[in-house]
Design a protein around this ligand. Structure first.
Ligand code: UD1
Ligand code: CA
Length: 450
């Protein structure tokens, strides 16, 4: 097996995004464009990964390393073309002897199988292979010129193409696989002899053919090599990804009543016999176990939901929510950084943050863990089998023992022993007949005025 190294071109200016953020850090389905590209690439187990960034875009490092821990960054200080961009990576790959795969950071839908098929085309008789596609409109793309045997003889950019060449519909995706030694040797000979005055990576095709070597071709669907230059194109990528992920969730054995209203992330994991009602949004980092029922209008991110749980409607699970088996989280309940053990219930209008809720505990409507003092967050520890009355405020840090009962409306500021009752409530005062006297007085005053 030949080793693979990947070079990701990501030094484009991204002007048309009208954004402060580097283009490849924009997200689709909760994952950066760069993350999508690297996710596909990692399936080929690359030995090296070099990302070519623009000046001031070095902050791509962190993102790249989330997907490829050993990823290296190089900076293309001046945008002088795709060939120039690739040559910047040479320093990092000088000693590498395998196949180099050149990818675009703004082409996120590319699939691992396509990349594998392309890289497998590279061999000693055919040291270079191009990924081509047949777009609905070839305008603006480099055209693939072919010889009598179907192999590629040159790539002609539209600006440099003759009228006849412009009629060719097979286009260059920009993605290619090439023997490392050949790449560096040929790139050194590329001159900016073209309408744009740039160093074109695509010029290595003619140089390869001139050496008497064949250039191979792989063809993929247009959708896979769609690039992102504008926010509209980003939205288009988002909708394609959502379609892909929804199909995969249905395929995996979950029911979605209205799939087009459910939004998933690239890393959302959904078990079997899960039911997802309409208008549910999954942010990054969600795992849902089997037989979970997620009711309409719930928003879930960074959460693990175990088998048999029931979430929503209108529930919000935030990062660090660990929802145990058969737990019920009901309407207008927010859970953040809290572990809720098996069978516990918080059915209405509560905030549970920085907390642990023991098994079978019932959290009454309107209960709040007051976790923040304006400076620090504090933990609330609630035991198993606890009953917390409605509208309780648990002022953290605080511990409530197993089997304790908290009276409705209580503000709990100190540790409650197991099986104790905590009741913090001013005595109730009643005044017989007060309302009737009050109404009578008001009415007579009103009459006197008119
Ligand atoms: C390139 C190809 C063209 C192909 C098209 C597919 C060349 C000469 N042309 O054209 O054949 O049909 O892509 O979209 O290769 N980049 C850098 N540094 C640079 C220039 C580009 O990092 O100096 C990156 C860009 O960020 C982008 C990619 O390379 O990710 C392609 O650049 P772009 O300007 O879109 O290339 P095109 O001229 O469209
Ligand atoms: Ca382009």
């Amino acid at each position: 097996m030949t080793e693979i190294a990947i070079i990701v071109l990501a030094a484009g200016l991204g002007t048309r995004m009208r954004s402060e953020l580097p283009k490849v850090l924009h997200k689709a389905a909760g994952r950066s464009l760069l993350g999508h590209v690297l996710t596909a690439a990692t399936e080929l187990n690359p030995a090296h990964c070099v990302v070519v960034c623009g000046p001031g875009k070095e902050d791509l490092t962190g993102e790249a390393r989330r997907y490829v821990p050993g990823a290296e960054m190089v900076t293309q200080a001046e945008r002088r073309g795709t060939g120039h961009a690739v040559s910047i990576a040479e320093g990092k790959l000088k000693a590498f002897k395998g196949t180099i795969l050149v990818l675009y950071g703004d082409v996120p839908l590319i699939e691992a199988a396509t990349l594998r098929a392309l890289s497998e085309q590279v061999g000693s008789a055919q040291p270079l292979a191009i990924l081509g596609f047949e777009p609905a409109s070839p305008i603006g793309y480099g055209r693939l010129l072919r010889g009598a045997d179907g192999s590629i003889t040159a790539i002609r950019e539209e600006l440099d193409a003759s009228l006849e060449e412009r009629r060719i519909t097979l286009c260059n995706s920009g993605i290619l696989a090439v023997d490392a030694g050949l790449l560096w040797r040929l790139l050194a000979a590329v001159k900016p002899n073209n309408a744009k005055g740039e160093i074109y990576l695509t010029d290595i095709v003619e140089l390869c053919v001139a050496e008497g070597k064949r250039v191979g071709l792989s063809v993929c669907p247009e959708q896979e090599v769609q690039g992102v230059n504008t926010r509209a194109q980003l939205a288009r990528i988002e909708s394609i990804l959502q379609e892909r992920y929804r199909a995969a969730v249905l395929d995996g054995g979950a029911t979605m009543i209205a799939p087009s209203t459910v939004f998933l992330c690239a890393d959302t994991k959904i078990g079997r016999d899960v039911v997802i009602e309409p208008n549910v949004v999954f942010g990054p980092g969600v795992t849902v176990g089997n037989n979970v029922h997620i009711l309409a209008f719930s928003h879930i991110e960074g959460a693990v939901i175990e088998a048999g749980a029931r979430i929503g409607p209108f529930a919000r699970l935030r990062p660090g929510a660990e929802i145990g088996e058969d737990v019920h989280i009901g309407n207008f309940v927010e859970v953040k950084k809290a572990k809720v053990d098996k069978g516990a219930k918080a059915n209405h209008l509560s905030y549970i943050g920085d907390a642990h809720v023991g098994a079978r505990t019932n959290i009454g409507a309107g209960t709040i863990t007051a976790n923040y003092d304006g400076f620090d967050k504090h933990h609330t520890e609630i035991g198993a089998g606890v009953s917390i009355g409605s509208n309780a405020v648990l002022v953290a840090p605080v511990t409530i023992g197993d089997g304790a009962t908290i009276g409705a409306g209580s503000v709990v500021t100190s540790e409650i022993e197991p099986d104790a009752l905590a009741l913090a409530r001013p005595p109730l005062e009643t005044r017989a007949g007060w309302s009737a006297r009050f109404r009578a007085a008001k009415l007579s005053r009103k009459k006197a005025k008119s």
